[in-house]
Design a protein around this ligand. Structure first.
Ligand code: SF4
Ligand code: SF4
Ligand code: SF4
Length: 297
């Protein structure tokens, strides 16, 4: 029987020593069962085409126990892969363009909802944005793990406030008073009571408005339009044992601002972050204002 040696290395049946950190970097997470690994596969924005799904299903039968587990972050894991089979399983899936998910002190695969390609509430193309962010930053070394989520509207299905960097589609509505018929469809559509019809004309309370765009979709008279569409950025959020709600950094950011802030956030985290410190902890330690000054235009 194969046996574990130290916490940093494990030994196969053929007595070959395998570096645990290197296995983890390829997405193999040690199970509670000796020399068994759950093989995490990278899924960007929650999408996988049918061909890749078939390959994964085959791999689960061949190398695992014939099933996959879908994680809370849209990743797929094949549990019960034996240490001896890890290398081959990884090689076979890589050949099909399916790579291991990241673990440890690195940027995780970007998660996203279906956004405006599918969801009726979607305000931005989450899939495209998530893929571009992932292409640029996936697997980057950082002081601690870093999670990014892209969500299509303030319903916030991807919980951007619980991610180190959260992006949420938003839209600022504008009333064209001359077209308003006072029908109150917008008032009924607004879930937060931010738009009211007074003297037959719609009025928006900008303090209450959460920039969801439901009123624009409800209006049949072209009396509401999108003045600006962009995204709200949250930083420093995390779930887990000591959850931290992300801090709202900027509303209605355009893509240029978003990518500039992302880049500067990485620079800031690498420069100021202590080893093992999550981004939100860094913000708490040095203060949000210092960070704002560094990243905001
Ligand atoms: S966050 Fe909005 S766009 Fe995304 S799935 Fe939820 S409701 Fe749809
Ligand atoms: S739905 Fe349009 S037309 Fe009706 S009250 Fe609202 S803004 Fe005016
Ligand atoms: S954008 Fe959303 S929150 Fe703002 S007024 Fe319209 S429906 Fe209400």
């Amino acid at each position: 029987m194969s046996a574990a040696t130290t916490h940093d290395e494990v030994t196969c049946m053929n007595e070959k020593k395998v570096d645990l950190a290197s296995l983890k970097s390829k997405g193999f997470l040690p199970q509670r069962q000796e020399n068994m690994f759950s093989m995490r596969l990278k899924v960007v924005s929650g999408n996988l085409d049918a061909e890749k799904l078939r390959e994964i299903a085959d791999a689960a039968e061949k190398y695992g126990s014939g099933y996959v587990h879908i994680t809370s972050r849209q990743q797929i894991e094949i549990p019960f892969v034996k240490l001896e089979a890890a290398e081959e399983a990884s090689y076979e899936l890589e050949k099909q363009g399916i790579s291991g998910g990241s673990a440890g002190k690195r940027v995780r695969a970007v998660v996203a909802c279906q956004g405006d390609r599918v969801c009726r509430n979607g305000l931005i193309d989450c899939q495209n944005l998530a893929c571009r962010i992932d292409e640029k930053y996936f697997g980057e070394a950082v002081p601690k793990k870093l999670k990014i989520a892209v969500t299509g509207c303030p319903s916030a299905c991807m919980r951007p406030q619980e991610n180190d960097f959260g992006v949420m589609g938003t839209v600022k509505p504008e009333i064209l008073e001359e077209n308003c018929a006072g029908c109150k469809r917008c008032e009924k559509a607004c879930k937060v009571g931010a738009i009211k019809v007074l003297e037959d004309k719609a009025r928006i309370d900008t303090e209450k408005c959460i920039l969801c765009g439901a009123c624009i979709a409800a209006c049949r008279k072209d009396a509401l339009r999108a003045e600006k569409t962009g995204c709200t950025i949250f930083v420093g959020g995390k779930a887990g044992r000591q959850p931290r709600q992300g801090t709202k950094l900027l509303e209605l950011a355009d893509e240029t601002q978003l990518f500039s802030i992302l880049e500067k956030t990485f620079e800031y985290y690498r420069k100021e972050g202590l080893d093992g410190e999550r981004f939100g902890e860094l913000l708490d330690r040095l203060g949000i204002e210092k960070y704002r000054e560094e990243v905001l235009p």
